[in-house]
Write a new protein. Structure first.
Length: 402
C-alpha cells in the first residue's frame, strides 16, 4: 500500500519535470501561423490514454471530439451553439497518448505546445496526466478543457494557474457529496454505522475518497480508511476485514472497472452482505457487472436523452457503441470551438484570446442534457452527478441524479 504523502510527492516531482520540459516547448517564429490564418483553420489537440488498459476510454473521448469536429465543420445543428455563429474550420491537429501518466503527459504537452496550429486542448483525461502535462501547456499559453479529470486540486487556484484549466464535469467533492447523500438517505447508512473506504493509491481515488470520508464523518459515520495499490488485485484481506467489522458499505473509487468487479466478487466470497459502491472510473458495463453494486458517474447517460438520439446514432454508425464516459469530450471540444469563433470575430485570434473566451462560454443546452458555463476557477457551474445500480442482467439503472 502507498501512503498519500508519497503520491503528493510524486505529483510535485512531475510538476517540476513539466516546467523543465516546457522550456523547450515554445513554437519558433519560423513555424508560427498568422492570427488571420488561424481563423481560416485552427487545430485542437487531444490528450488522454490511447494505449494500455484505459485505451478504450481515451479512444472513446477522442472519437467524440472527432465527431464534434465533423458536425462543426459540416454546419450541422449542435446543441448550445448560437445561431449565426461563424464556424472556423477545425482540425484534429494532434492526438497525445498521455497513458494516465503525468510524466508521459508532460512530453505530450510539449509536443502540442510546439504545434502553432493548436489553439486549445481537449484533455487531459486524468488527474495525474494534468498534474504533469498541464504546467507545460500553461507555459505554452494553451487552455485545456477536460471531459473527465475530476481532482479537486486542479481548480484550487494553487496547483495550476487560473484561467488555463477548465472541465465540463463536476469535481470529486461534488461526486462524493452525492454519493454520501445516497448512502445516508437510500442505502440506510446511519450515525454509528461503519463504512470502509478503499482508494487505489492514485491521485483521483485519494481525492474522492478524502471527500467521501469527510462527508461521512460529519454525519457521525465511522470510517475505516484503507489504501491498496492498483497492481494488487487480491482484496481478500480487505474483504475479510469488512465482514469482521460489519461495515454497511464498501466505497471504492477505483480507476479500473475490472478491479471493482474483482473486489465485489471477493467481498461476496468472504460472506459480505453490505453494499458495494464504486465511482466513475469503474463505469463500464462490460467489465463491472456485479449485480446490486452502485456506481456514481460524473455525467449523464446520453443513451437516456431523447434530445440527442440522432447524434448518438451517428456516433455508433461511425465508431461503434459508446459509453457515457466519452461524450463530455464533445462538449469540451465545443467550448473551445465556440471560444475560437468568438475570438475570430475580428478576423484574428491567439491562444490568449481563446483562453479568455473559453471562460465566457455559455451553452443554454448541451449534449449532456444541461447548460454549460464555467466558474471563475474553471469548474463546470451547472449539471451534476448520476448514480446507477447494476441490475442482474448487467445493465445500469439510473437511481439518482443531482
Amino acid at each position: 500500500m502507498l501512503r498519500k504523502s508519497g503520491v503528493i510527492a510524486a505529483a510535485t516531482a512531475l510538476v517540476a519535470l513539466a516546467v523543465t520540459a516546457s522550456a523547450i516547448a515554445r513554437p519558433t517564429a519560423a513555424s508560427a501561423v498568422s492570427a488571420s490564418g488561424l481563423c481560416k483553420s485552427a487545430g485542437l489537440g487531444f490528450g488522454g490514454p490511447l494505449s494500455g488498459g484505459a485505451a478504450f476510454l481515451g479512444d472513446d473521448q477522442r472519437n467524440w471530439m472527432r465527431l464534434f469536429i465533423s458536425y462543426w465543420n459540416g454546419g450541422k445543428p449542435i446543441p448550445g451553439v448560437p445561431k449565426g455563429m461563424k464556424r472556423v474550420h477545425l482540425t484534429d491537429a494532434f492526438d497525445g497518448d498521455g497513458q494516465l501518466n503525468g510524466q508521459v503527459a508532460a512530453t505530450v504537452a510539449a509536443q502540442m505546445v510546439s504545434n502553432p496550429k493548436i489553439l486549445g486542448v481537449v484533455g487531459f483525461a486524468g488527474t495525474n496526466e494534468n498534474l504533469g502535462g498541464a504546467p507545460v501547456l500553461i507555459r505554452g499559453g494553451l487552455a485545456m478543457i477536460s471531459g473527465s479529470a475530476t481532482g479537486d486540486q486542479l481548480t484550487d487556484g494553487k496547483t495550476l494557474k487560473k484561467g488555463y484549466f477548465f472541465r465540463v464535469v463536476p469535481n470529486n467533492s461534488v461526486q462524493a457529496k452525492l454519493g454520501v447523500k445516497y448512502m445516508l438517505t437510500k442505502i440506510g447508512v446511519a450515525k454509528g454505522n461503519k463504512v470502509m473506504i478503499v482508494d487505489d493509491a492514485e491521485a483521483y481515488a485519494i481525492g474522492i475518497a478524502d471527500a467521501a470520508q469527510a462527508g461521512l464523518k460529519a454525519a457521525g459515520v465511522t470510517v475505516d480508511r484503507e489504501s491498496q495499490d492498483q497492481k494488487n488485485t487480491d482484496y481478500s484481506s480487505l474483504a475479510q476485514k469488512a465482514v469482521a467489522e460489519g461495515v454497511k458499505v464498501v466505497y471504492a473509487p477505483n480507476q479500473i472497472a475490472s478491479d471493482s468487479q474483482l473486489f465485489a466478487q471477493q467481498l461476496k466470497a468472504a460472506g459480505y452482505r453490505g453494499a458495494f459502491f464504486a465511482t466513475d472510473g469503474s463505469y463500464d458495463n462490460t467489465s463491472f457487472t456485479f449485480s446490486g453494486a452502485y456506481v456514481s458517474f460524473f455525467a449523464t447517460d446520453i443513451y437516456q436523452l431523447a434530445s440527442v438520439h440522432s447524434i448518438v446514432h451517428d456516433f455508433a454508425a461511425k465508431y461503434g457503441k459508446t459509453t457515457p464516459f466519452g461524450a463530455p469530450s464533445w462538449v469540451a471540444a465545443q467550448a473551445i470551438a465556440m471560444a475560437i469563433a468568438t475570438s475570430c470575430s475580428d478576423g484574428k485570434t491567439s491562444r490568449a484570446e481563446v483562453r479568455k473566451d473559453i471562460a465566457k462560454v455559455s451553452m443554454p443546452k448541451s449534449l449532456l442534457g444541461h447548460p454549460i458555463k464555467f466558474t471563475a476557477n474553471g469548474d463546470v457551474a451547472t449539471g451534476g452527478v448520476t448514480i446507477f445500480q447494476i441490475q442482474p442482467n448487467g445493465t445500469y439503472k439510473l437511481v439518482s441524479a443531482g
